[in-house]
Design a protein around this ligand. Structure first.
Ligand code: C5P
Length: 294
C-alpha cells in the first residue's frame, strides 16, 4: 500500500486558567484552545520488519518510547484489536519542541487519525478522543482541532465559535520549558488575576477579534522564572507593531500576537525572525486539514 500522510497542527491557548490541583496530581484547567496552520507531518508506510519504527528529521528528538507517537499507536492497537504489522512512521517536525504549542500532542493525535484511516478501523471521533486522553492532556484537543473550550485536565472539550480570521505571529525564545516543571510551581502561587472566560466567549460569539484580543490571559505566564524578560520583550515588540493582543501559549515559552492587518504581521514577523529563528506567521484553523496531506 502507498504511503499515507496526516498533518499535525500546533495549538495556541487564547486563555488558560488553573482551577486547582486534583488528587491524581494533575490540575483542573479552563482554557480556550485554537489550532493554527503551523503543522508537523506524519507519514505511514509498511515495512518488512515487524513492529513500529519511528524516525524524525530532528536529530535530537527522541523516537523511542518517550515519543508520544508510540503511546498513541499502542493505545490504537489495543482498542482496535488489530495486530500491528511492520510499520514505519516518518515524522517531519516544524513545530518547535518544548514550546507550549502542543507539538508532541499534535503528533500523537495525528498518529491516531492516521492509523484509523490506514487500517479503516472505523473508530469514531469520540473513540479517538477517549484513546487520546490516555496519551496526554492536550491530545484530545489535537484529535478534534478548531476552537474549543477545554476543561478537566484538558480532555473535556466544548466547541465554541471560531477565532475570527486573523494573522498570528508565533515567536519562540531560544529556550524550552517542561510542562511538568511549570505546573509544579502552581502549588506555591496565588493567582491574583484570572482570565475573563465569559467575556472571551462573548467576543467569540460576536466574532469580535479586538474584544477577544483584549481578553487573552494565561495564569502560567507568571510562573516562568527565567526568561520572563524575554517573554515580556517579545510581547512588547508584537504590541508595538500593532498586535491587537499578545500572550504566552500554554506552559510557554512561545509568545504570539494576533493581527487584523496582514502588513503589520508580515513586518514584525521579519523583525522578530532576525533575532529568533523560530518565528512563524500563521493562520487560525477552523477545522483540521482534510488529509491526504500534500
Ligand atoms: O498530560 P501531559 O503528559 O501532557 O502533562 C504533562 C505534565 O503537565 C503532567 O505530568 C503534569 O505535571 C502537568 N499537567 C498538569 N495538569 C494538567 C495538564 C498537565 O498538572 N491538566
Amino acid at each position: 500500500m502507498a504511503a499515507m500522510s496526516e498533518r499535525a497542527p500546533a495549538k495556541i491557548n487564547l486563555t488558560l486558567d488553573v482551577l486547582g490541583r486534583r488528587p491524581d496530581g494533575f490540575h483542573d484547567l479552563r482554557t480556550l484552545m485554537q489550532s493554527v496552520s503551523l503543522c508537523d507531518k506524519l507519514t505511514l508506510t509498511r515495512r518488512e520488519q515487524p513492529g513500529l519504527g519511528l524516525t524524525s528529521n530532528l536529530r535530537f528528538l527522541p523516537t523511542d518510547r518517550r515519543n508520544l507517537v508510540h503511546a498513541a499507536a499502542a493505545a490504537f492497537f489495543a482498542r482496535s484489536g488489530l495486530t500491528p504489522p511492520g510499520l514505519h512512521l516518518s515524522l517531519e517536525k516544524h513545530i518547535p519542541v518544548g514550546s507550549g504549542m502542543g507539538g508532541g500532542s499534535a503528533d500523537a493525535a495525528a498518529a491516531l487519525r492516521l492509523l484509523n484511516r490506514f487500517f479503516q478501523a472505523g473508530l469514531s471521533h469520540g473513540d479517538l478522543e477517549a484513546l487520546a486522553a490516555q496519551v496526554g492532556s492536550d491530545v484530545p484537543f489535537c484529535v478534534r482541532g478548531g476552537t474549543q473550550l477545554a476543561e478537566g485536565r484538558g480532555e473535556r472539550l466544548r466547541p465554541v465559535p471560531p477565532l475570527p480570521a486573523c494573522h498570528i505571529v508565533l515567536c519562540k525564545p531560544p529556550f524550552s520549558l517542561s510542562t511538568a516543571t511549570v505546573f509544579s510551581r502552581v502549588a506555591t502561587t496565588r493567582f491574583t488575576w484570572r482570565p475573563d472566560h465569559d467575556g472571551a466567549l462573548r467576543a467569540l460569539q460576536e466574532g469580535d477579534l479586538r474584544a477577544l484580543s483584549q481578553r487573552l490571559f494565561n495564569v502560567l505566564e507568571s510562573l516562568i522564572p527565567h526568561g520572563q524578560r524575554e517573554i515580556a520583550d517579545i510581547r512588547s515588540v508584537l504590541l508595538d507593531a500593532g498586535a491587537l493582543g499578545a500572550l504566552m501559549s500554554g506552559s510557554g515559552p512561545t509568545v504570539y500576537g494576533l493581527f487584523s492587518d496582514p502588513d503589520a504581521a508580515h513586518a514584525v514577523h521579519e523583525v522578530l525572525r532576525a533575532q529568533y529563528p523560530e518565528t512563524f506567521l500563521v493562520r487560525p484553523l477552523t477545522a483540521l486539514p482534510d488529509d491526504g496531506a500534500p
